[in-house]
Ligand binder design. Sequence first.
Ligand code: MG
Length: 265
Amino acid sequence: MIVQKTHFQIEQMAAAGRILARCLQLVRAKARPGVTTRELDKVAERCIRAQGGEPAFKGYRGFPGSICASPNSMIVHGIPDGYRLERGDILAIDVGVELDGWVADAAVTVAVGQVSPVARRLLDTTSAALFDAVEQCRLGNRLGDVSRAVQRRVEDDGMAVVRSLVGHGIGRSMHEDPQVPNFGAPGTGLELTEGTVLAVEPMVTAGGPAIRMGSDGWSVYSQDGSLAAHFEHTIAVTADGPRILTPWHLDEESWARPERRAETA
Ligand code: MG
């Protein structure tokens, strides 16, 4: 069942999303050579709690971290640990924030120092695929339009979408209906109506689409060992168009003040 959100509820999710965006911008800036993913996790947790939020991932089905930190061929769900970032790594950072019973979810993949041309292209493509999908989060479009936008960008650039992991509806719970695959046919699936809120999250590899599970039961890797990237936004479908609730891609100047909240990408 899809739960539409009211204007007021979307504002509450946007408040969680602003906390999240600040956290992701801070962690992204700290993701430098020599830093461990556990240190990044502590930075994130402090940042979220200092703003009055709760790290939504912490304790979720027993997950120990406030962020998922997934380097290189790890696609998602990495447990923060003693892994020390090296120049040339890419690191996917996924964060969830709960505020007053509402959840926001977003992710970025960062380059640690200078990265290979393949890694650079993977980041650019995956990020572009996310923003292509955001553009499709409009009244009257269908879920397949969103999914197809990701798939088209990724495959046109010669990379692969991971099919066994999907985005999701989000609201009072981190994972609500519907599932949001990163592949699909335009004009098919659920019609997007006002107040639908989706976490859209392209997961892309520079090689093949197959995955394997890590031995910790959480981490997910590309099966062929190819580099993987993950970008995510929480997006509300509104009468004014898509509204990104987790504006990690913008300068804080443009979204921090409540009176200027109504902006979209
Ligand atoms: Mg998500």
